[in-house]
Design a protein around this ligand. Sequence first.
Ligand SMILES: [Zn+2]
Length: 298
Amino acid sequence: MNKKKSKRLTPTAGILLVCALAVLCVAIVLILGRGNLPQPMDDTSEAPTTTAPSTTKPEPTTDAPLTINNVVTTEPDTTEAPSDSTEPPATSTPTTKQSESTGRIIVDVNRDDWYFIVVNAGREMPEGYVPELKEILGCGKCLDYRVAPHYEEMYYAAKQDGITLTPYSAYRSYERQKNNYNNLTKSYMSQYNLNEADAAKKAATVILPPGTSEHNLGFAMDICGTESSFSGTKEYAWLQQHAHEYGFILRYTAEKQPITGIIPEPWHWRYVGVENAEKIKNSGLCLEEYLDSIGVAY
Ligand SMILES: [Zn+2]
């Protein structure tokens, strides 16, 4: 009996042994295979997102792109993750060129963290760039399609508080900006008896040269008008209190004029994403300073 039983068990034991070996082999293959996979980058870079676990793939620096109208998510493609661990995530490494005609840096309008694009006196968008636009509120005025829904959301929220954030100036084409700028330059030439270069320089403190305005990008809205007295209105007070909740910041203040080069514009509100808007507001920094502070190249 025992002998028979022992003989019946032997094949079973053999099968078990084979199975165990097979499992062991699979485990070894998996372990070795894993060893060959790219390891998560050492998060010692200047990645601005401090809340992101270092073992995960690089993420957008704000929640903004993931919440935009379900149109686009800018989750970076991990296959394009930079191999150099000292580099920030690919999303904040823009390519930069310099314009031969103006000497300005030409910004990378295709960067994944598009809400960080900075245009100013020394930085311009590529000539001929036209953002993908979306009309807001059926009023015939447009913003970049990724920004428009946020303005509408803010508009309706304000409306519920009895505040009307009338869109005054939204997207402006390159050509229109050029005309506005040239007209003001000419006006200053006669008004102040300046040569063209000096008049253009003076004009640039009021109207940015074409391609250097956030209106050309479709990222900014002039709300209710362009009067400095706007800072005394209830609409302005509402914006000061709530605009960051919708991703907008006051872009040009008197305090930061030495950096932005622009006169105080209480009416000009620019989109940067909710998370960044809140941080910028709390920091008291302007956009350029903020990006420097979090190590984002722009
Ligand atoms: Zn403006």
